[in-house]
Design a binder for this molecule. Structure first.
Ligand SMILES: [Zn+2]
Length: 304
């Protein structure tokens, strides 16, 4: 079972090519699947990567350009034919909810599962929370309203020191509280500080998806301290002015954002179809931020 795994379904820009599908990713958190964007053909890649429809309960759409959402109706229709059950929530701008609601009423009249729309806005907000994670929107700077998504694992419980539990004969009823950071008071009234009983918890993971956006330092500010950042890198530096005009970034600009954010790792994606290979994009980014990799369709990356 994957603990926290990023699956890249597509990382090309506007037009699907033989090299890349349009944008779509799935984060697999202990067999719960979270899709980010759903470009055309995402359902096929999902099947090729053996990511199960039944496990997908949340889809996050960054903006309403076709390369980020035209796969949605087809995917939802196939999920209905595959007898998916339960509830699927689509986190999307209001206009998108209206649009897809109409399509679903026409193409998917009798879905065996419930489809809910959670209306999001182009501003910073927590839009999803479970026992394990939170998801926040990050305002981006594109030609239409657009947000990124920041996935954060909640702080984990502290690790118990087994020998200390034995030594102080700590009753079972107190164990959970101690893992949460409580001190222990012995039957004789002596306080044992939590630091004697536990060690630090395993680190919590965070992942930021930033596509599509022009270069803007506010993006770095929004994701400060993130572990892994996926940032669009549509162009190499020679097209920097086109990038700005079209609300996109160069790979060097993506690297600057990763550096300013203090990220540990950068994944580049949303490549222009003009590139037959993306080594130029990678090289330009690496001069600024060394721990950079290129996304690719079908790629799986452990985020923990
Ligand atoms: Zn795009």
């Amino acid at each position: 079972m994957a603990q926290f795994q990023l699956n890249i379904l597509g990382c090309g820009s506007a037009i699907p090519t033989a090299r890349h599908n349009p944008s779509s990713q799935i984060i697999d958190i202990r067999d719960n699947l979270f899709m980010i964007d759903c470009g055309e053909g995402s359902q096929l890649t999902m099947r090729k990567m053996r990511l199960k429809y039944a496990r997908l309960n949340n889809i996050f759409i960054s903006h309403l350009h076709g390369d980020h959402c035209l796969g949605l109706t087809g995917l939802l229709s196939s999920m209905a034919l595959q007898e998916k059950s339960g509830t699927l929530t689509i986190h999307i701008f209001e206009e998108g909810a209206d649009l897809f609601d109409q399509q679903l009423k026409f193409f998917c009249r009798d879905t065996p599962y419930e489809i809910k729309f959670n209306i999001i806005k182009p501003e910073r907000a927590t839009i999803f929370e479970s026992n394990a994670i939170t998801v926040e929107t990050i305002p981006l700077f594109h030609r239409v309203p657009c947000v990124g998504f920041l996935f954060k694992e909640k702080p984990k419980l502290r690790h118990l020191k087994g020998d200390m539990v034995k030594f102080y004969e700590i009753p079972v009823k107190d164990i959970h509280g101690i893992k949460e950071g409580n001190d222990f008071i012995t039957p004789q009234g002596v306080l044992v500080p939590n630091s004697h009983l536990t060690s630090d918890p395993s680190p919590s993971m965070s992942y930021a998806y930033c596509s599509d956006t022009a270069f803007n330092p506010q993006v770095a500010e929004s994701v400060k301290g993130v572990n892994t950042i996926y940032h669009e890198a549509t162009y190499t530096n020679e097209f920097i002015s086109i990038a700005g005009k079209r609300g996109h970034s160069t790979s060097a600009q993506a690297a600057q954002i990763a550096k300013m954010a203090g990220a540990e790792r950068l994944i580049l994606g949303h490549f222009s179809k003009r590139y037959r290979d993306e080594s130029g994009l990678l090289n330009e980014a690496k001069t600024i931020f060394d721990n950079t990799i290129l996304a690719n369709d079908g790629m799986r990356i452990d985020l923990l």
